[in-house]
Design a binder for this molecule. Sequence first.
Ligand code: HAM
Length: 427
Amino acid sequence: MATKIQAPKGFEDILPLEVWKWHAVERVAREVAEVYHFQEVRTPVLESSALFHRGVGETSDIVRKETFTFDDRGGDSMTLRPEGTAGVVRAMVEHGLIAQEGARAKVYYIAPNFRYERPQKGRLRQHHQFGVEVFGVAEADQDVECILLQLEFYRRCGVKDLELQVNSLGDRESKERYRDALVAFLSPKREALSEDSQRRLTENPLRILDSKDPRDQAACAGAPPASGSLSERSRKHFERVQELLAASAAPFRVNANLVRGFDYYTDTLWEVTAGGLGAQNALGGGGRYDNLVEQLGGRPTPGVGFGSGIERLLIALDGQGVTLPSPRKPLVWLIAHGDAARTALWQVLRELRAAGVAADMDLSGRSVKAQFKIADREKAARCLVVGEAELSAGTVVVKDLATAEQKTVGRNEVVESLRQLEQAAGR
Ligand code: HAM
């Protein structure tokens, strides 16, 4: 036998028995996005590398160390998207969807992203995000609408133990002041920083606050908070965010040192964590990015959004013992005693499927006992059995597998009698 080939490290298969959980979560995501009046956008997984260099930031860890980048056969540098925002901005600009001043666009996506990270629980090289992006509204109210949507998504999925942290980096000028304040604070401690953070001190000092290295964390104790550098406009913006969150009864905590992995953020930033996730406890996060559209060649347009990891959500739900509502239709399994009965059941099978009932049967002539076993393994709710007696009488035995109750019905009354049974069971 040839050697088996395995999935690449950090890439996971979503197998048939697990996929219903994805469907359940995706269905909630779409429902919530739609009641908040967002429309779906789908963009390519592959983009020109320049998009992420310019969009996510040349000096961000993600672009420096974590992208899957290669030259295609024509010699162009391409990158598998490490996140959703830059591609969505590119698409909106390219198709003129945010070209008009004052136009508001609200989009969402459910899509895979690729980061060359060290895989561990909750950290993959291919992960999926449910995300939203809104363009054209500079007001803090828009930040809060995104945050409330995100929380509503978790609430409907049944996640417990949520914590929302918010911070503000301020506008471009505030961010520069904050950067200078951090450099002034950390420069005397340069030697105490990790090697990576010594480099960050000149390239991207805000990222030092996010470092997991204990040396960096010690050096950052007592660092000046971003709030000290905020312009008047940014301070008011952040106050409005907090005021609206409080008015919406959404509990939150201001984390003055919250920074996130992308250079594009301005003003509001947030992250939501959940119990049961261990070290990788961020379920999702987002923020405002008022300069990104312009940086990517569009007319100046404010933007804000979030991304939420689906794998992490499923881990959290699992850890918290929450079962998602199964969107699976109850399955009906048809069981035939012999080939003539199978031929007769074919017609019933077609009718059931045409009526929208999930139905299946064994097609390889197995014994009746084996067919019942399969029905059980496939978690069928009911069986329809045709033996010799039913074949000549033109009837079918309908059996409920949970209660073992059964009754005989005419072959052309099957769809109707199943419908009645479902109604009686409250499904
Ligand atoms: P992010 O914080 O990098 O933000 O990712 C959002 C979420 O995706 C994380 O909180 C986490 O749940 C999940 N995630 C990220 N990386 C991984 C990974 N390697 N393995 C498993 N899950 C992961 C963004 O990507 C921004 N684009 C969000 C945004 C949208 N900001 C504004 N708009």
